[in-house]
Design a protein around this ligand. Structure first.
Ligand code: NAP
Ligand code: MG
Length: 485
């Protein structure tokens, strides 16, 4: 998989169960975000020819993989998950190094991949079809499910192992083959996953991994008519572009996009729990997860107290080496992230919001892409930091007059991914369940990621598309129903 001719390893693509360089031999460097200018390893900067080759072999492999018994596919997937479980610590260290999240967060990511993956292995056998009223006397109809073909998986860097597993295992279990493009910030996690698929014994061409820049190879993957579904997680901007291009071939898309998630705190809430929730959901993974809290809507009666508590908690947080078990927050994922988050902070200040604490790291933290946990107060809906996803460790606090005002402000966004409400009042809780327009709502609980086994995930409005009636069923996404009489 890697050649170590110098001190820096060079990794390859995995196409048709062969490890190969990009067709023109070019590579790109994976930087350790804890150390500016460093190179962890080199990865293929793939070309459109590499993508075409991967689609060729995935398309050829589909002919036999689709006929493989479900039990056989389950055995392969289980072997993969067992390998993943056995290597958790080593894999967590790779994620911490190249993404910058803490090693504890990286282990939690792998645990999520395992529980979601084992859930999908168990669930795949429920797609056995059903009998249908055929409409004509003496005629029996039935429904069955067919896999689609080649599935393109385009994943982000923020959960480089979990997000790809969440897409790849359901697609493989249902009989599809895969061309996977990892994000440029996290190619090491991507090829490491490919290595596990190889070790799990998937047949030639069933799983392929092609690293490279989305801007160079993304269109070739999306435009190819042999690709029958595109499972994408990333920004709303790129997701919309993929959706538009995919429409030309009517290719099925699954889009999990951005968020601007709000947490509402009422005066009757357990304030300690509510502040804990804002800190944990706001700053885990340095705020770089789609479901993280980024707006805190606080009833004006407790606004001052909540701001003081948030700022005090932030100042206690240990920011530093992600591989140190005692670190609370590592660096952001890389130079682009550092630049865009720093710019959002500057915009917040120039538009009149008040920074209570935080900002880009100083002193020793300047060696990497560190941003301290940042809290803005006096944010209003006109501010850019109220509207736009920052995708970093920045909380915007907005005072609200009452619960109605808080709900109105919370819903005043183009997104609709997650939300949380802290109140002991059952009427308010019931109203939130009815009127807070998000697909994962947490009541007196902090926002976390997808709920395993719960289908809604993908979001309202610009947060994404779900496969059917808001039910993001990962298995059904990769199947086509057929009625036969
Ligand atoms: P991104 O910039 O949209 O990139 C996502 C993936 O798309 C990367 O692999 C990227 O490759 C690729 N890409 C870029 N341009 C492309 C093109 N023209 N055609 C095809 N692929 C292309 O997003 P990100 O910055 O990696 O991730 C952060 C975003 O993901 C945030 O908005 C976050 O909210 C969202 N997210 C959503 C969920 C969810 O479930 N809703 C979960 C996690 C993250 P390169 O890396 O090479 O550019
Ligand atoms: Mg990197």
């Amino acid at each position: 998989m890697a050649s170590a001719s110098s001190k820096i390893d060079t990794y390859q693509n995995f196409i048709g169960n062969q490890w190969v360089s990009s067709s023109d031999g070019s590579t790109f460097a994976d930087e350790d975000p804890s150390l500016r200018g460093s190179t962890l390893a080199l990865f293929p900067s793939s070309t459109v020819q590499d993508i075409a080759k991967a689609i060729d072999v995935a398309d050829a492999a589909f002919k036999s993989w689709k006929r493989t018994a479900v039990e056989e596919r389950q055995r392969h997937a289980t072997r993969f998950l067992d390998l993943l479980e056995g290597a958790t610590d080593a894999l967590a260290s790779i994620v911490a190094r190249e993404n910058g999240k803490t090693v504890r967060e990286a282990r939690a990511e792998i645990h999520s991949a395992l529980s979601e993956g084992r859930h999908h292995v168990a669930q795949v056998s429920r797609f056995y079809g059903q009998s249908l009223p055929a409409g004509t006397q003496g005629c029996i109809g039935w429904e069955q499910f067919h896999p689609l073909g080649v599935v393109a998986i385009i994943s982000p860097w923020n959960f480089p192992m979990n997000v790809m597993c969440r897409k790849a295992l359901p697609a493989l279990l249902t009989g599809n083959t895969i061309v996977f493009k990892p994000a440029t910030f996290t190619p090491w996690s991507g090829v490491t996953m490919a290595k596990l698929f190889e070790s799990a014994g998937f047949p030639e061409g069933v799983f392929n991994c092609v690293a490279g820049l989305g801007s160079t190879i993304g269109n070739a993957l999306v435009d190819d008519p042999r690709v029958k579904a595109i499972s994408f997680t990333g920004s709303t901007y790129v997701g919309k572009k993929i959706h538009e291009r995919a429409a030309k071939n009517l290719t099925r898309t699954q889009l999990e996009l951005g968020g601007k998630n709000a947490l509402i705190i009422m005066p009757d809430a357990d304030l300690t729990a509510a502040v804990n929730a804002a800190i944990t959901a706001g700053f885990a993974c340095a705020g770089q997860w789609c479901t993280s809290t980024s707006r805190v809507l606080v009833h004006r009666d407790v606004h001052r107290e909540v701001c003081d508590r948030l700022a005090a908690r932030c100042e206690q947080m240990r920011v530093g080496d992600p591989e140190d078990e005692k670190t609370d927050m590592g660096p952001v994922a890389g130079t682009d992230q550092f630049t865009s988050i720093s710019k959002a902070i500057e915009t917040g200040l120039s538009e009149g919001a008040r920074m209570l604490t935080g900002g880009p790291g100083k002193g020793d933290l300047e060696r990497g892409y560190f941003i301290r946990p940042t809290v803005f107060d006096n944010v209003v809906p006109d501010h850019t930091i109220f509207r736009e996803e920052i995708f970093g460790p920045v909380l915007a606090v907005i005072p609200a007059k009452d619960f109605d005002d808080a709900l109105r402000i919370a819903n005043g966004t183009e997104f609709g991914l997650t939300g949380a409400v802290y109140s002991k009042n059952p009427q308010k809780i019931a109203r939130a369940a009815e009127e807070f327009h998000v697909d994962n709502l947490y009541l007196n609980r902090k926002c976390t990621g997808a709920m395993v086994g719960a289908h809604p995930f993908g979001g309202f409005n610009m947060s994404g598309t779900a496969s059917q009636a808001g039910r993001q069923d990962y298995l059904l996404m990769f199947l086509q129903g057929q009625a036969t009489a």
